[in-house]
Write a protein that binds this ligand. Structure first.
Ligand code: ADE
Length: 225
């Protein structure tokens, strides 16, 4: 899968391309990430990417031309399955979306900034608008990185023990069960006996019970869904 990220701050993305699971996925060829600086597609001496809004709102608005030029250049080179835009008024990102996006071949991911982007960009180019939660970030870059990380870990083969991504919280609509490692007894705080019993059936039942009780206590909305 290939993700083309349009941003005013390409350097920020080294924090996903250079670390941990996304880095490994890129190294193994599961994912390619290309960043494009929107400013490189702007005109004039000052390479302006934003301007005052018509109608006199406060704040600046990202201009259509540099973004349109960049998207059109990419689209002339290959077909894209989705053109995503990170924005607080988008649909809230979740595991189902991560799973769905992970099955696509080519994605453009546009990071918003300033007060917003010219509405015509959304109308003309964007196929899906995505928020990572009900709060406002300074820009869409962190949201894009959150999405890329969640997408890459569910691409089959990226995590060596494939079941590990499948047992993540949310994959089965439930939160994960608690996990423990050695020592079995930390200053009297013991690992539940059942996990050391070797009885796989009982262990699986215990895990499911834990998942259900945790989800009921912490995220009852997930059970309603
Ligand atoms: N840009 C600013 N805030 C955002 C959010 N919550 N989600 C996605 N993009 C954003």
């Amino acid at each position: 899968m290939r993700i083309d990220i349009l941003t005013l701050f390409p350097e920020m993305f080294t924090s996903i391309t250079d670390y941990s699971i996304p880095k490994r996925a890129i190294g193994k060829g599961f994912m390619e990430i290309f960043t494009h600086n929107i400013r490189d597609f702007a005109n004039g001496k000052y390479r302006r990417v934003d301007d005052y809004p018509f109608g006199g709102e406060s704040g600046m608005v990202m201009m259509i031309e540099p973004i349109a030029r960049c998207i059109e250049k990419l689209k002339a080179e290959r077909q894209y399955d989705a053109v995503l835009f990170t924005t607080p008024d988008g649909k809230v990102f979740n595991q189902n979306m991560a799973n769905r996006f992970s099955m696509l071949q080519n994605i453009i991911l546009l990071c918003g900034h300033y007060k917003g982007i010219d509405e015509r960009i959304r109308e003309l180019f964007i196929t899906e608008e995505v928020s990572i939660g009900d709060f406002v970030l300074s820009g869409g870059e962190l949201a894009a990185m959150v999405m890329v990380d969640a997408i890459v870990r569910v691409i089959p083969g990226v995590i060596s023990d494939e079941t590990s991504a499948l047992s993540d919280s949310f994959q089965d609509g439930l939160l994960s069960a608690p996990v423990y490692t050695r020592p079995a007894d930390y200053q009297g705080y013991k690992v539940p006996d059942i996990l050391r019993s070797g009885n796989e059936k009982l262990i699986n039942e215990w895990k499911l019970e834990q998942q259900l009780s945790r989800t009921r206590a912490r995220r009852p909305d997930l059970l309603e869904e």
